[in-house]
Ligand binder design. Structure first.
Ligand SMILES: [Zn+2]
Length: 364
């Protein structure tokens, strides 16, 4: 009897442990994904494929509503099912479709136009975007969907943005995701690294995954974002800094001014790891990834400086910033991936270069 109890207990513990581990498992078909394509609005224009004109659905109408088979939402066509529902009194549209169809509306937005000699870059982007989606299932569980269709997750614009060549590249990598120790990785990617990718902690706090570490990238020199320059008047520069650090909860007392800015670099990636602002009596240590928000100007999308891969130069009244790359710099450099493809590298070589130590696993 005791033996039986022990066996039962052992099986119970094993089942419990298996439930706690989120290892990837083989699936029969692609997972269904719920993507928020319209958020927080009062009115959505819907046109069924067979209808000549769109109809306006208002937040005051009855919900939920379901639309199947090639429906147009605010002028864009979507595959799969579209659900209109109310969240917090506002109107939302959720597109429910399988991951492979979702990728057809993501990869062209992320990797841009391709020619036949760049197929490897599109395949690499497809695997990275599939991995991202797979790793973030249930990300917004409390709101009832998986991903936003914007840069907050991955830009997804539905059927209108599809490209026949890219659709082939997606099919050729069907079901493939990047894994580290048999778990889907955090597949970060960005436009241009500027010659060397960033370490995870150059861009975010927290525990750095071992595969998101800085690697050399001699491939993105042709990117329009490879090198850029900003010129600030020294006085304005420190006034702007003083104003912007309030957003970080730092208030420099009225009778003090910022006198100096010192940079501590990550020696591996060349990016700013920390910087120190000095006033007459105090100093403030700020994480390097905040510098993009502190120094971004009107011309910068989202008010963020293109990257934190920057060097300062003082010239007379001015402070010159020489910068390299565009984006957070972590993981795959998209311009680099395109150039690697042009030079004949395959998508596996591209992915293993930017995500060292990972494995490509087919899950269906
Ligand atoms: Zn690069």
């Amino acid at each position: 009897m005791k033996k039986k109890l022990k066996l039962f207990y052992t099986i119970f513990v094993i089942v419990l442990l298996l439930n706690c581990i989120t290892y990837v498992k083989r699936e029969k078909k692609p997972t269904l994904l719920r993507v928020a394509i319209v958020c927080d609005t009062q009115c959505i224009r819907i046109r069924k494929a067979s209808a000549p004109e769109p109809e306006s659905i208002l937040a005051t109408d009855g919900f939920p509503r379901y639309y199947r088979g090639g429906v147009y939402v605010n002028g864009r066509k979507y595959r799969g099912l579209v659900v209109l529902k109310k969240i917090g009194g506002k109107l939302w549209a959720i597109n429910v479709l399988d991951i492979e169809d979702y990728l057809k509306g993501v990869v062209p937005e992320e990797i841009g136009k391709i020619s036949p000699n760049l197929m490897a870059a599109a395949r690499a982007q497809a695997v990275a975007a599939r991995t991202y989606a797979y790793a973030h299932l249930n990300k917004y569980q409390e709101l009832g969907f998986d991903l936003y269709a914007t840069v907050q997750d991955q830009v997804y614009l539905g059927e209108n943005s599809e490209d026949s060549l890219i659709n082939i590249a997606i099919d050729q990598t069907r079901g493939e995701i990047l894994c580290y120790h048999n778990k889907p990785i955090e597949a970060k990617y960005h436009s241009t690294c500027g010659g060397r990718t960033a370490d995870f902690n150059d861009a975010w706090p927290g525990t750095a995954p071992p595969y998101l570490r800085s690697v050399k990238c001699p491939y993105c020199r042709k990117s329009p974002h490879f090198h850029w320059r900003r010129v600030y008047n020294k006085r304005n520069f420190f006034v702007q800094l003083r104003e912007r650090i309030k957003n970080l909860g730092i208030k420099v007392p009225k009778n003090q001014s910022i006198r100096d800015l010192r940079i501590i670099r990550n020696p591996r990636s060349g990016r700013i790891r920390r910087f120190v602002l000095t006033t007459q009596t105090k100093y403030y240590i700020i994480p390097g990834y905040e510098i993009r928000g502190l120094l971004g100007g009107k011309q910068d999308p989202g008010g963020l400086l293109p990257s934190s891969y920057i060097y300062f130069k003082s010239k007379d009244e001015n402070l010159i910033i020489d910068g390299w790359g565009y984006g957070h710099g972590v993981g795959m450099c998209q311009y680099g991936a395109r150039e690697m493809a042009r030079r004949g590298k395959n998508y596996r070589e591209i992915l293993h270069h930017y995500y060292p130590g990972t494995k490509i696993v087919r899950i269906y």
